[in-house]
Design a protein around this ligand. Structure first.
Ligand SMILES: [Zn+2]
Length: 360
């Protein structure tokens, strides 16, 4: 699936669409309006991390098929630029069409056209036009991604001067997730942004900030306008099974617990794997100052309480939207087949939303 496919599916849906802003390449940040008129609204979204394809499929399916009396807004793709792939991002930065074809060729293109800002072994940071690109060789599973992602934490500490020319700019990762079903080596270009203050984050951060990238500002506008009583953000990540990182609500904890039990009842029925906290921890590449930024719920396997403030990166969408209602979300196991991930996210979330609606 490409960004153009997502836009075409939205436009062919027959649902009213609203453009909440534009992405780096000018493409519209489109949300569909579905459901009934009952308040509060539900906001369903995915694709903040463009390599996480299953949630985008799930959004497109649920916007047509979710049976709800509540006002429903679905913004299925939060990073249309990175989702359009490596050649699109290189072409946008270069100002002309670029066709690479394979990971090695993409490095040749960068060596030829871009300036090298930093390198270590076979890991490179280039600047092409106003945009940064991190290149690493394609490897199995999430290894390339974790290797590139660790730079976002350490380079601002270790080599802040190197990053100066890219402050306030997008920095893309090439060759992420080369063996992941649905987001192969050149199909997606993971999109990060270096803040004006030098903090290097991604498109599920910068909420509530005046200098947020266009993609985040659009979602922020939607949230502040619609004021959803339930925000559901679909992600995928490490691990062999499904898991739910949920901000622990200050009140109504039982309701979130029941929603999540309903989610996992579907996963169990289908015989899909549920992630254990121990395995999640062993396969996690996030280096947070406080290791307790996520803790397991003892009474429900796969439910992990997210304490986002302990990561010192500002709120993600779930924790930001939790100020207005319930902030809710999933992680699907990226190394499993795409069909399982799409089905688990779609049907699991359908059950969780049904519990939310019954207990409104
Ligand atoms: Zn994600």
């Amino acid at each position: 699936m490409t960004s153009a496919d997502v836009l075409a599916t939205l436009r062919a849906s027959g649902l009213p669409l609203k453009e909440w802003g534009t992405a780096l390449d000018g493409s519209p940040m489109l949300a569909a309006r579905a459901g009934g008129d009952r308040q509060p609204a539900i906001f369903l979204t995915a694709g903040a991390h463009c390599t996480e394809t299953a949630g985008v499929h799930a959004c497109l399916s649920l916007m047509q098929s979710l049976d709800t009396e509540h006002e429903l807004h679905v913004l299925p793709l939060r990073d249309p630029v990175g989702f359009a792939g490596v050649d699109h991002c290189l072409g946008l930065a270069a100002g002309e069409a670029i066709v690479t074809g394979d990971p090695q060729k993409s490095l040749d293109v960068l060596r030829e056209r871009a300036s090298l800002l930093w390198s270590e072994d076979d890991l490179y940071l280039f600047q092409l036009g106003e945009t940064g690109f991190v290149w690493a060789p394609a490897t199995l599973g999430l290894q390339t991604f974790w290797r590139q992602f660790s730079l976002t934490g350490r380079l601002p500490r270790e080599a802040a001067d190197v990053l100066m020319p890219l402050r306030g700019r997008s920095i893309f990762f090439l060759n992420v997730n080369s063996t992941i079903d649905g987001s192969g080596a050149l199909e997606r270009c993971y999109h990060t942004v270096l803040g004006k203050d030098g903090q290097w984050l991604h498109l599920n951060r910068f909420f509530g900030q005046a200098d947020a990238p266009g993609e985040v500002a659009a979602v922020d506008d939607l949230v502040q306008t619609v004021r959803p009583g339930l925000t559901v953000d679909l992600h995928e990540g490490n691990g062999e099974g499904f898991w739910m990182p949920i901000p622990r609500p200050s009140s109504g904890r039982d309701r979130v617990f029941d929603m999540t039990r309903a989610f996992f009842s579907y996963i169990e029925e289908r015989g899909y794997p549920i992630e254990t906290y121990e395995h999640w921890e062993a396969s996690n590449g996030i280096e947070a100052a406080d290791p307790d930024w996520m803790v397991p719920e003892p009474d429900l396997p796969g439910l992990f309480w997210l304490q986002q403030e302990r990561r010192q990166e500002g709120p993600n969408l779930m924790t930001y939207a939790a100020g207005l209602g319930i902030g809710y979300g999933t992680e699907g196991p990226m190394e499993q087949p795409l069909a399982m991930r799409v089905d688990g996210l779609t049907e699991g979330i359908r059950r969780a939303i049904a519990v939310w609606e019954r207990t409104q």
